[in-house]
Each structure stands twice: as C-alpha cells, then as structure tokens.
Write a protein that binds this ligand. Structure first.
Ligand code: AMP
Length: 210
C-alpha cells in the first residue's frame, strides 16, 4: 500500500507513520528526518537546507523531489511505503505523478491550531537519537535525558514560537491545497488526531481498509 500522510507541523504525522509502518510492515520515508540527518552529518544537503529549516520555510522542491526519487528506487519500497512530510507543495505532488507513483490513499491528520502550538512549543527531542518528548505530555524518566540512549534533550530550532507560526502559515498556503488536489482524485481520507496515538491509529486503519 502506498500512503501519503498530510497534516500541519505538529499534527503527529511522525508518530502515526511509525505506528502504521509497524502495523502494515512497510517503510516510512520522512523528508524532515532525512534532512535533519543530513544536517547532523554536515553533508552538502544539510548545509543547504539549514537556513530554510531554521526559518520554518520549505526546502526547494527540486531538492526534496531528488531525495524522494532516490528513496523510492530502493527495492524495500516495492510493496509499499508511507510518505511522511512529502509532498508539501503541488509541484511535489506533480513530480510524484511524473515518477509514475500510484498512491492508494492520502490520510490527512486534522488537529486544531491551539493544540499544535502547545505540542510544538513543548516538544523536546534527543540530540543523539531524535526520540521525541514533551515537557508536559511525555516527560523522560530523568529530566532532560533521553530514556533510550541517555542523550541530551533539546528544543528544535524550528519549534521556537515565531518559527511555529511561520510553519503554520507555510502549511496553510503551500501544503493545504494538496487536500483539494487529492480529494478530486477520490484519495483523501481525514483522520482526527486524538490525544492517544492508539485512537488515532485505530481510525487511520479503519479508513485505510474502506
Ligand atoms: P518536518 O519534520 O516534516 O516538520 O520537516 C521539517 C522541515 O524540513 C520543514 O519545515 C522543511 O523546512 C523541511 N522539509 C521537510 N519535508 C519537506 C518537503 N516535502 N518540502 C520542503 N521542505 C521540507
């Protein structure tokens, strides 16, 4: 099954993608994670993407399209995949079409803006393994220390309040039109992002089999 996950930053796409990937046994491709990895290892891609990412802007289409083209050519993607954070513009969706990718379902994860702002501004991530935490909803056992690898927890630069507002604006202007794009093809399904991931997952699985 070939699935696209749409949703505002902080809607919980990454968490849902992880659970779906275990349930359906297909890989997740997260452009945000790929770019953050590149940033950490100091590659050319990382250096180029940094200023866009830090400002809450989208990395240029041709760059992310190149990343996706390469990933989808991997044989592990043959039986299906979950795209988390791609496409984010109409041009990216059209590029997927040109690659001959036939998407089975587009899940749009819906969460209101207030919840998003609370989630993102309180989010912390492990500087080493990237595991996500939250200052209220998902505290580590020891303050500021990752439960998995003992790395230090930090706030992502793009989770600072001004950048959050910019990311939401970018989402509304550039990514949300994709809902219409896929609705017209009969592929769009909406899922309400719930407090508990198990509830969101259950709903996502229900709409996927419909
Ligand atoms: P995410 O973790 O999905 O919120 O992505 C973090 C950042 O990576 C975004 O704010 C963008 O700067 C960049 N990014 C991730 N995916 C894309 C994409 N499909 N197109 C452009 N920029 C992207």
């Amino acid at each position: 099954m070939k699935i696209i996950l749409l949703g505002a930053p902080g809607a919980g796409k990454g968490t849902l993608a992880e659970s779906l990937c275990r349930q359906l046994d297909i890989p997740t491709i997260s452009t945000g994670n790929i770019i953050r990895e590149a940033l950490k290892s100091g590659t050319e891609l990382g250096k180029m993407a940094k200023s866009y990412m830090d400002a809450g802007q989208l990395v240029p289409d041709e760059v992310v399209i190149g990343i996706i083209r390469e990933k989808l050519a991997d044989p592990v993607c043959e039986k299906g995949f979950i795209l988390d954070g791609f496409p984010r513009t109409i041009a990216q969706a059209e590029a997927l079409d040109k690659m001959g990718v036939e998407i089975d379902c587009v899940l749009s994860l819906e969460v209101d803006d207030d919840t998003i702002i609370t989630r993102l501004s309180g989010r912390r991530v492990c500087i080493d393994c990237g595991a996500p935490y939250h200052v209220i909803y998902k505290k580590p056992k020891v303050e500021n220390v990752c439960d998995n690898c003992s790395g230090t927890l930090v706030q992502r630069k793009d989770d600072h309040p001004d950048t959050i507002m910019e990311r939401l604006k970018v989402y509304r202007e550039q990514t949300e039109p994709l809902k219409d794009f896929y609705e017209k093809r009969g592929l769009l399904r909406t899922v309400a992002g719930q407090e508990k991931i198990e509830d969101t997952l259950r709903q996502a699985l229900e709409v996927l089999v419909k």
